[in-house]
Design a protein around this ligand. Structure first.
Ligand code: TYD
Length: 356
């Protein structure tokens, strides 16, 4: 069975991808994850005892670890999810974003390039390095602007977005200079089960369930394009198998919504699922708080390239995806409790204490 090295496979999107690959039984998986605050091995408990799944603790910026994993497991491809991803954290302390997203991607590229040089030509020809990135590299849109295409000029606005843009450039340069077999995907905002509750949707679901304030930045008019995580993972697998080397593919949910509409939809969902909740109507918990500095107003992805070339379409609508997500958080209290200790508590106090 072909093996894929998945980096950051204990994070939100990475673990969904690992679970999908193992469910389909087409690929073995080697998961390299540094186990930072947003990683969670509980996500992967169902793989215990799976002989085609291996976990290794380590960061992509650690060249020696990357080298030994590549040499020992001899994967047929790398899918790079490992990244710091939260904009507010990148505003609070950008250095970790440069370390992981820029230096880490560089080390991973460089070690993989050296590994490839030693492979027989047939294996080298089939090898792929897929880099998972974000629509935030393209900057922000106004109300009438066309959605981001793969040709939109990079204009990253946050330290997070700039670090991902830098990594995308490195990936591109490795293809141009060394003929390294890369693929890049730029996705819109993901949501779904197992997302760390610093991001909008899980934060609002958990706060609303517990009757806590729902902190909407600014006036809540900022727009994001929402993509259900399993739809995203299917798109990545398709790009890995059928994408053209050196190309970028934008992946979006064709689902633009204002933040206030998302939060209201979550509240309505909870009102329906929890008719006995003392916090109904949950929308009364909404509070408008101080805006994020440099807050991008709108993101929208034009995903016509992946649709036309690879036949991909998102399966979930926001309504079906949100319902699945809310139910998952309601039914997985053990997971929720496991992350609500030390680091998460401190972040929430630091981030929202000064805002409200
Ligand atoms: P987020 O989930 O942090 O993703 P990103 O900033 O990468 O798009 O935020 C999504 C949107 O929700 C963004 O416009 C900021 C807003 N937001 C809030 O209004 N309140 C919050 O508590 C959070 C975390 C985000």
């Amino acid at each position: 069975m072909k093996k894929v090295l998945v980096t950051g496979g204990a994070g939100f999107i990475g673990s969904s991808f690992v679970l999908m690959l193992r469910k389909n039984r087409k690929y073995g998986v080697v998961n390299l994850d540094c186990l930072n605050y947003a990683s969670n091995l509980m996500n992967l408990e169902s793989l215990e005892g799976d002989p085609h799944y291996h976990f290794i603790k380590g960061g992509i910026e650690d060249a020696a670890v990357v080298r030994s994993v590549l040499e020992r497991h001899r994967p047929a491809g790398v899918v790079n999810f490992a990244a710091e991803t939260h904009v507010d954290r990148s505003i609070d302390s950008p250095d970790g974003f440069i370390r992981t997203n820029v230096m880490g991607t560089f080390q991973l590229l460089e070690e993989t390039r050296l590994y490839l040089e030693k492979l027989p030509a047939a294996e080298r020809d089939e090898f792929r390095f897929l880099h998972v990135s974000t629509d935030e590299v393209y900057g922000t849109l106004g109300p009438g602007d066309p959605a981001f295409t793969e040709k939109t000029r990079f204009a990253p606005n946050s330290p997070y977005a700039a670090s991902k843009a830098a990594s995308d450039h490195l990936v591109r340069a490795y293809h141009h200079t060394y003929g390294f077999p890369v693929l890049t995907t730029n996705c819109s905002n993901n949501y779904g089960p197992m997302q760390f509750p610093e991001k909008l949707i899980p934060l609002m679901v958990l706060n609303a369930m517990e009757g806590k304030a729902l902190p909407v930045y600014g006036d809540g008019s900022n727009i994001r394009d929402w993509l259900y995580v399993e739809d995203h993972c299917e798109a990545i697998e398709l790009v890995l198998e059928k994408g053209r080397v050196g190309e970028t593919y934008n992946i979006g949910g064709r689902c633009e919504r204002a933040n206030l509409d998302i939060v209201t939809a979550i509240c309505n969902c909870l009102d329906e699922i929890l008719p006995g909740s003392p916090f109904r109507p949950h929308r009364s918990l909404i509070e408008f708080v101080k805006d994020r500095p440099g807050h991008d107003w709108r993101y929208a992805i034009d995903c016509s390239k992946i649709e036309a070339e690879l036949g991909w379409r998102p399966r979930e609508t926001l309504e079906t995806g949100l319902l699945k997500t809310v139910k998952w958080y309601l039914n997985n209290r053990k997971w929720v409790e496991s992350i609500k200790s030390g680091e998460y508590k401190q972040w929430i106090e630091r981030q929202y204490g000064a805002r409200v």
